[in-house]
Ligand binder design. Structure first.
Ligand code: URP
Ligand code: ZN
Ligand code: ZN
Ligand code: ZN
Length: 474
């Protein structure tokens, strides 16, 4: 007797799409084949004509994270609801590390904070310094099941920048411990010098934000991080990459055999810096800044060619209140633009899959198999939870998302579930939408309704297969 049978769907992996039925027992995928051979199940769901994908993994988001005086609009429970509506069944966040902290202790704190999630979760350790005391913790953090680390190459003023020495030391110990460092690559010096210049010129309006952190500001840091990786011999994941120049640098390293992996995010594929010309441009302030349609096409090409192997949302959902709370107003009550006073970050965990389905698969830019690779399989492999996650195969967790490639939705704050009253994708028509999300064999979203439970998510202990950290291939 099975717990669940999902029949008549197209079952998708990173390399195949087959018409097959799926049987679930004791929270795991038990069989893939013909329902006629399966026998009885407690529930049978007919998904005729729809696509069944491995549950989406979002390894890049920031929730309950004190940053620039803000905390974000969601907690891990509300975030997990929004995520589930977007087909996400596992998400990962970072420790809130500051100087003098024990990263391992911060991992344990985060573990507790995330335990209210309705979906599975894991944690990346964030490193802001690397004294021996911190380096000595790395092995313990890996043993705890968290073999991935975040380092910011900017945000010095916010107190979270890792300097070059820190990067090299963490890269080196990561290599020894089979862990994957991830970097936010922007040159802090270029950004700060530009900001000082614009401040002296008296113009810190929203469009100046993109000018302060241009492509070269990002490319310099991408290049530096990659040279450190060449020096150390570790594997590296560069997050939220926005432009063709950064991709060229990464591609060259990949061709030379270095395990350099690249992530991009849906907002860099679909939102552009012209938003900063609008009065509400502050809502789109995120780092790195939004770029141009030309850069976005280079990112799509990077996905097609495999230079980019993963996507993340970089969800960092702030209310309008938080986005504006440090801005001053003139006598008429109008906001005086100053991008340095706006917290960085966009909302996007729920829209990542729909946007990639619509702009990617339905517009013919990527296959549905590539979509599975960049939203699930490659992330599971690279971050060490494959094949428990990232594939529909016997023995894997029964984390599934049913997708209707014909379903059309106009995105707005009303159709999303992310605790804010604006939507940067407002009015965008997407074709292709998740219609059912299943976690460990339980339906958690169905017919537009959330059916999950607070605290039902499990902490996923990860361990990375060293093969994926050796050379560039997944
Ligand atoms: O602007 C962004 N991306 N905010 C979140 C923190 C980060 O840089 O990833
Ligand atoms: Zn970042
Ligand atoms: Zn981020
Ligand atoms: Zn307030």
């Amino acid at each position: 007797m099975y717990d669940l049978i999902i029949k008549n769907g197209w079952v998708v992996s990173d390399s195949s799409t087959i018409k097959a039925d799926i049987a679930v027992k004791d929270e795991k995928i038990a069989a893939i084949g013909n329902a006629a051979d399966f026998g009885e199940a407690r529930r049978v769901i007919d998904v005729q004509g729809k696509y069944v994908l491995p549950g989406v993994i979002d390894a890049h988001m920031h929730v309950e994270a004190p940053f620039a005086g803000c905390f974000g609009a969601n907690d891990f429970y509300t975030q997990s609801i929004s995520a589930a509506f977007g087909g996400v069944t596992t998400f990962m966040d970072f420790t809130n590390t500051f100087k003098n902290d024990s990263v391992l202790e911060k991992i344990k704190v985060r573990h507790e904070e995330m335990s209210k999630s309705a979906i599975d979760y894991s944690i990346h350790g964030k490193f802001v310094e690397a004294p021996q005391r911190v380096i000595d913790e790395i092995e313990k953090i890996v043993d705890y099941g968290c073999p991935s680390f975040k380092l910011f190459m900017t945000y010095k003023k916010e107190g979270v920048m890792a300097d070059d020495e820190t990067l090299i030391k963490v890269f080196a110990r990561s290599k020894e411990c089979n862990a994957l460092p991830m970097v936010h690559a922007e040159c802090n010096a270029i950004a700060e010098l530009n900001i000082e210049k614009f401040r002296e010129e008296g113009d810190l309006s929203w469009p100046k934000f993109a000018e302060a952190k241009p492509v070269l500001c990002e490319a310099e840091a991408v290049s530096r991080a990659i040279y450190f990786t060449k020096y150390v011999g570790n594997a590296l994941l560069i997050v939220h990459t926005t432009n063709g120049e950064a991709l060229e640098i990464a591609k060259r390293a990949q061709e030379q055999g270095y395990p350099v992996y690249i992530e991009t995010c849906p907002h860099y594929l679909t939102l552009f810096q012209d938003i900063y010309e609008k009065p509400e441009g502050f809502l789109a302030i995120c780092s790195p800044p939004l770029r141009t349609p030309e850069e976005a096409e280079k990112l799509w090409k990077g996905i097609q060619e495999g230079v980019i192997s993963v996507t993340g949302s970089d969800d960092c959902t702030y209310s309008i209140h938080e986005k504006t709370m440090f801005l001053e107003k003139d006598e008429e009550g109008n906001i005086i633009p100053d991008f340095t006073k706006v917290v960085n970050g966009l909302s996007g965990i729920e829209t990542r899959l729909p946007i990639l389905l619509s702009e990617g698969v339905n517009k013919g830019r990527i296959s549905i198999n590539k979509l599975v690779a960049i939203t699930s399989t490659n992330i599971a492999k690279l971050l060490g939870c494959y094949p428990q996650k990232g594939i529909i195969a016997p023995g894997s967790d029964a984390d599934l998302v049913v997708v209707d490639l014909e379903k059309e939705v106009t995105l707005s704050a009303q159709v999303l579930h992310n605790n804010i009253d604006y939507c940067l994708f407002d009015g965008m028509k997407v074709k292709g939408y998740p219609v059912m999300t299943i976690s460990w064999g339980s339906v958690i979203v169905e017919n537009g309704e959330f059916k999950g439970k607070k605290g039902a998510g499990k902490f996923i202990r990860r361990s990375i297969n060293p093969e994926y950290l050796k050379e560039f291939s997944l």
